[in-house]
Write a protein that binds this ligand. Structure first.
Ligand SMILES: [Zn+2]
Ligand SMILES: [Zn+2]
Length: 361
């Protein structure tokens, strides 16, 4: 018997020895045997799965943007929350889409940064209002001012800046997995646990992973309002801004990379995990993720925004301007809740009385 260098027992870590005249390696410590080919493959896979994850994104060079004159643009600034937005200068009484303040200041359009592309609004204001009102079915005790037509009309269509990330992601993940089988005969119950080392590697191409590029737009809202259909994306032009506001990014591409890495990594991990579902326990041992061909583009995505105040709290709503998905939390009008409770309790009392009546007679 001769020890084979570098090959360690996958069960106990002791050195494996080659059994002359066979294609098998043996562990003297735990008495397991392994096919030589399996151990070689495993060692190679372990080595390629080791090492640090690498994220390779191109550098994004911002481009200046001046109006092409198709729409008269203005700057709007909000003295209350500090939002600086551009947009159609014919918009009348504009309410700040981020904080609901109505004393927004209109000024000269000062140019900005040119988006690479944009998804145009598919839902006009009327359709967005209808989507919002339709969502009231999820809020049975909604205070009346949420249903005020005048208030809902304050909804503003805002193109929200997003960084879009594309990349090819190569991942190798090693898992320790178990498969538990249980059975019984007349005398005993048996439990058998098989232990596996799983290797998964492959390439996933990601396109259009969005990361919110505006500090004012709440990240949780912006991620909840997804998904957008990028099939509708067009090259940016002024004319799409007619009737709308457009925010500009204040989180740079570089500062958004961390979030993009996280989103790519999570999606890759999820996709790989899905291939291990037949095992009863799966624990990742090492994860290596690398990106290549990382492209960054600046784009504007359509969101309807509305702020409604109720009892000193501003309730924010975002409606996907392409799909009509409504994101936001409704307050509960306690008065309404109690009225509803008494109505229900009243019916229950009537039923109870009727039952008592039938029992008595
Ligand atoms: Zn061993
Ligand atoms: Zn504001």
């Amino acid at each position: 018997m001769e020890a084979i260098k570098n090959y360690k027992c996958p069960c106990c870590g002791a050195p494996l020895v080659y059994k002359a005249g066979s294609e098998t390696l043996h562990c003297d410590s735990c008495d397991n045997s392994f096919e030589l080919a399996t151990i070689t493959q495993m060692t190679e896979d372990m080595e390629s799965a080791g090492g640090a994850s690498k994220y390779d994104w191109e550098h994004y060079e911002p481009r200046d943007y001046q109006s092409d004159g198709e729409v008269n643009l203005a700057n709007y600034s909000c003295p209350s929350c500090g939002a600086e937005i551009s947009g159609d200068d014919t918009l009348g009484a504009t309410v700040c889409p981020y904080c609901g303040n109505s004393t927004i200041v209109k000024g000269q359009f000062e140019g900005g940064l040119r988006p690479d592309y944009l998804i145009p609004f598919k839902l006009d204001k009327q359709a967005a209002v209808a989507a919002f009102e339709d969502d009231f079915k999820n809020a049975p005790f909604l205070p009346d001012n949420f249903k005020s037509k005048k208030k809902i009309q304050e909804m503003a269509g805002v193109y929200v800046p997003f960084w879009m990330f594309d990349c090819d992601c190569d991942a190798s993940i090693v898992y320790n997995a178990e498969q538990v089988t249980a059975w019984s005969d007349a005398n005993y119950n048996y439990v058998k646990t098989d232990y596996y080392k799983l290797f998964r590697s492959g390439r996933i191409s990601f396109a259009n992973i969005p990361v919110d590029g505006s500090k004012k737009a709440d990240n949780t809202y912006m991620e909840a309002v997804e998904p957008f259909d990028y099939g509708d994306a067009v090259e940016f032009s002024d004319r799409y801004l007619s009737g709308y506001l457009a925010d500009k990014y204040d989180v740079s591409a570089e500062d958004s990379i961390e979030r993009a890495n996280e989103r790519v990594k999570n999606s890759a991990v999820e996709t790989f995990k899905a291939t291990t579902s037949r095992y009863s326990a799966v624990i990742p041992e090492s994860t290596k993720i690398g990106f290549s061909n990382g492209k960054i583009r600046y784009s504007l995505l359509p969101v309807w925004m509305l702020n409604i105040k109720y009892k000193d709290t501003m309730y924010k709503f975002a409606i996907n301007g392409q799909t009509g998905k409504v994101v936001g939390q409704y307050p509960v009008d306690n008065g309404k809740k109690w009225r509803y409770f008494w109505a229900v309790a009243g019916v229950m009392y009537a039923v109870a009385a009727a039952v008592a009546y039938f029992l008595l007679f």
